[in-house]
Every structure is written in structure tokens, then in C-alpha cells.
Design a protein around this ligand. Structure first.
Ligand SMILES: *[C@@H]1O[C@H](CO)[C@@H](O)[C@H](O)[C@H]1NC(C)=O
Ligand SMILES: *[C@@H]1O[C@H](CO)[C@@H](O)[C@H](O)[C@H]1NC(C)=O
Ligand SMILES: *[C@@H]1O[C@H](CO)[C@@H](O)[C@H](O)[C@H]1NC(C)=O
Length: 398
């Protein structure tokens, strides 16, 4: 039965009234438009080693570098599967939101474990499927792509109760899709001894963005209302890559302010521009036909800027004056990085005070840096986390 015309008109009028209020405070990065904080009950996250809180450890088991001290020495007091001396960004998010620590998917057993929120991220994971890389003769670190993680999410949803309960649960959760993509770039070319920059930009980058888009679309279809999508970090500042490219790049190839490799940072910036463009497209498609507003907020999180700030002005954030030097590992030199003496390997050393270092093991960040990065991201998510929440995790606050 068709609704009477008068009812349709009332609905239309209400829609217009709502949109007038909601559209008023729209930020360019898709920010959300509420002055009040939206409460979330749990976190669902996807990504790689910047987000993994124990999945890779469960895939590889004991006997790997990351299962040994000094991983976890600052917080947890044991290797927890996080690639840091302590907490990572997602831990600080959970604490600031006042929600449970999301269960690493591979550690979850009961529906109750999953109701607390789930972390699907796997260290070494890629955005794009293994078949794409293997078809090109490229070797993966671990065969887990965003498609695996999305499949896991579907499995979890089915265990969360009736369709109605599931929708309510997704609608009241914070979704974080990323960071993801760095391993794709590293696998596809950065480790090989040839310049593939143009191929990375034209062949791999669009595939990576498409894979991220697919997962974001998926969680929105499952009822997500708040989706935060972090971009990639400045690749050219990673001590591991700085050490790898050493002597192969002329002095002009480094950014004077940061000491990072310009061409790699250009790639990361291009990725982030394309990511934001994709997200704008998604928002347009989902926008209300009359008003341009949407009930789903899909926002970009700028990890690139957060990390660059630490590297360019370490002193201002409480770090020592050699921000590209690694705390745990060995090798000396400007970066103190050598793959043969990766953090956790026999005979490697750990700095006395990890909180004075930005980089923990050459690839990942110290807990101190993770806290600063979380604070920087949360500062722009004031409708997700209150000022009190940010104070609680040690961000500069009133
Ligand atoms: C991820 O998916 C691929 C392709 O379907 C599969 O081969 C691989 O085993 C999966 N990885 C895990 C850890 O389940
Ligand atoms: C929906 O979820 C919220 C937060 O988890 C919960 O407080 C509320 O009781 C749920 N409502 C229904 C109808 O399940
Ligand atoms: C790597 O590239 C450099 C510079 O192009 C070249 O001199 C060197 O021989 C290459 N090494 C290998 C193992 O291909």
C-alpha cells in the first residue's frame, strides 16, 4: 500500500528540517557535523601492524622475534603481539572512548568476546589479495588481506545475535579501517633493487585504494555509522627504508626539514590524496538526495601529519633530537637499524628510555610516539572522543 501523499510530504519536510541543522558544520575531510559527542560502545578495527594487538602472534606462534622481549617491556610487561614497547594507537583510542580493548579476532572464542569489539588487524597484512602479488611473483609477509579481515568480520556478525541486535551493535560501534597499504607498497617494489615508483603509482596504488573502498563499503552496508579511515604514515621517514636506500639516493633526495626520503613521502602523500578522494566519492554516493547529509560519517585520519610533526619537531613532543634513530635493534649509524639485528634478535640492544624515541624497531613506533599520534588524530575527532577522554590518555588538554 502506498503511503498517502500528505504523509510523504511530512516526511520530506522533516528530512529538510533535519538537514538544515545537520549540514551546518561540515568539514572538508568529511567530518562529522555534531557539536555533541556521539557515544560508541565498542571498536571494530581492520589494518596491519600499526593496529594488530595479537593476531599475527597467534598465526606464527611462539619462537618469532615479536614473541620475545623487549616487545611489551614498557606496558603489559610481556610480548602481547603489539609491535611496540607498549600500547599502540588503538589502545589509546579504546581508553579515551572508555570502551573495552577490542578482542583480537584470532583470540576470540565466545560471542561475549566479540561483543566487546573486535580487532581484525594482522601485522604484515595487505590491502590487496595475495593472488594479485603472487601472480606477479611477489612474496607476501603473511597471507592476510583486507578481504580475509572482511570475511572474519562477517563471521563475527553472524555470532552477534538477531539481525536487529547486529544492526544496533554496528550502529553503536566505532569502525577503524586502517592504516593499511604500507605492506602492499613494500612487497611490490620498495624492497627490490629497482625503481618502480611509476608502476607503484599507476598499477598498485589504485588496487590498494579499491581494496580499502571495498571494506569501508562493506562495514557501512552492515550498519556502521562512524567509520574512521587512517591514511598511511610517511614512508620516507621509516628507519628501515632509510637504511635500505642509504647510498642509493643523492643528498637532494632528502627533505631538509625531516631528513626523510622525498620520493617515498611523495608516494605516501599521493596515496593519502587518492584515499581522501575515494572517501569523498563514497560520501557523495551515500548522501541524502535532497539535503546532502548522511547518517554515516566516513572520516579520514591524518597519521601522516601526526608522524611528520614528531619527526620535524621532536623536542616539542618530548623526544630526543635524533628522531629517525631506532630504540631497539642494532647497526649503529644515523638510524641504528640493520635487518640482521632486528629488535628481539640475539645480541640486539634496547635504548635506556624508549619514551625519548619515536621509532621502536625501525618500522613501528614506541608507546610514547603512539600516544602522541593518537592525541593528534583524536584532536580532530572531537565528536567521537570528549576532551576528558583525551586528558585521560595524557594528551595536552585544558
Ligand atoms: C586469507 O585468504 C586467502 C585467500 O582466500 C587464504 O589463502 C589464506 O589462507 C587466508 N589467510 C588466513 C590467515 O586465513
Ligand atoms: C543497542 O546497543 C546499545 C549499546 O550497545 C545498548 O545500550 C542498547 O541496549 C541496545 N538496544 C537494543 C534494542 O538492543
Ligand atoms: C642494485 O642497483 C645498483 C644501482 O643501480 C647497482 O649498482 C647494483 O649492482 C644492483 N644490485 C643488484 C644485486 O642487482
Amino acid at each position: 500500500m502506498a503511503p498517502p501523499l500528505s504523509r510523504l510530504l511530512v516526511i520530506l519536510l522533516l528530512a529538510l528540517l533535519f538537514s538544515a541543522g545537520a549540514g551546518a558544520d561540515r568539514s572538508t575531510d568529511g567530518g562529522h557535523h555534531q557539536s555533541q559527542t556521539t557515544r560508541h560502545a565498542r571498536i571494530f578495527s581492520f589494518g596491519d601492524s600499526l593496529t594488530d594487538t595479537g593476531n599475527l602472534l597467534r598465526i606464527l606462534g611462539k619462537g618469532t622475534l615479536i614473541s620475545r622481549p623487549p616487545y611489551g617491556e614498557t606496558f603489559f610487561g610481556r610480548p602481547s603481539g603489539r609491535l611496540s614497547d607498549g600500547r599502540i594507537m588503538i589502545d589509546f583510542f579504546a581508553e579515551a572512548l572508555g570502551v573495552p580493548e577490542p578482542t583480537p579476532y584470532l583470540a576470540g572464542k565466545t560471542a561475549a568476546d566479540f561483543r566487546r569489539g573486535v580487532n581484525f588487524a594482522v601485522s604484515g597484512g595487505t590491502a590487496v589479495d595475495a593472488a594479485f602479488f603472487e601472480g606477479r611473483g611477489l612474496k607476501m609477509f603473511v597471507r592476510v588481506s583486507l578481504r580475509n579481515q572482511t570475511r572474519w568480520f562477517k563471521n563475527v556478525l553472524q555470532r552477534l545475535g538477531s539481525v536487529r541486535e547486529r544492526r544496533n551493535m554496528t550502529a553503536t560501534s566505532l569502525f577503524i579501517v586502517g592504516e593499511i597499504g604500507i605492506n602492499d607498497y613494500i612487497i611490490s617494489g620498495l624492497y627490490r633493487n629497482r625503481t618502480l615508483m611509476s608502476e607503484l603509482k599507476t598499477v598498485f596504488l589504485p588496487q590498494i585504494i579499491r581494496a580499502i573502498r571495498s571494506t569501508v563499503t562493506h562495514v557501512i552496508a552492515a550498519g556502521a555509522r562512524t567509520v574512521v579511515v587512517p591514511g598511511v604514515i610517511p614512508l620516507g621517514c621509516e628507519p628501515q627504508l632509510l637504511a635500505l636506500f642509504r647510498g642509493r639516493i643523492g643528498a637532494g633526495g632528502y627533505d631538509p626539514a625531516s631528513g626523510c626520503i622525498t620520493s617515498l613521502n611523495d608516494l605516501a602523500e599521493l596515496h593519502n590524496r587518492e584515499l581522501r578522494r575515494m572517501l569523498r566519492g563514497l560520501r557523495r554516493r551515500r548522501a541524502h538526495p535532497w539535503s546532502g547529509t548522511t547518517t554515516t560519517s566516513v572520516v579520514y585520519a591524518d597519521l601522516y601529519r601526526a608522524v611528520t610533526d614528531l619527526v620535524v619537531s621532536p623536542g616539542r613532543h618530548g623526544f630526543g633530537d635524533r628522531p629517525l634513530e631506532v630504540c631497539c635493534g642494532g647497526g649503529g649509524g644515523a638510524y641504528n637499524y640493520n635487518t640482521a639485528s632486528f629488535c628481539g634478535a640475539a645480541g640486539t640492544k634496547t635504548c635506556a628510555d624508549p619514551s625519548a624515541y619515536v621509532y621502536w624497531d625501525g618500522v613501528h613506533f614506541t608507546e610514547a610516539a603512539n600516544r602522541r599520534i593518537a592525541c593528534s588524530v583524536l584532536q580532530r575527532l572531537s565528536w567521537v572522543v570528549t576532551e576528558a577522554g583525551r586528558c585521560k590518555i595524557g594528551c595536552a588538554c585544558a
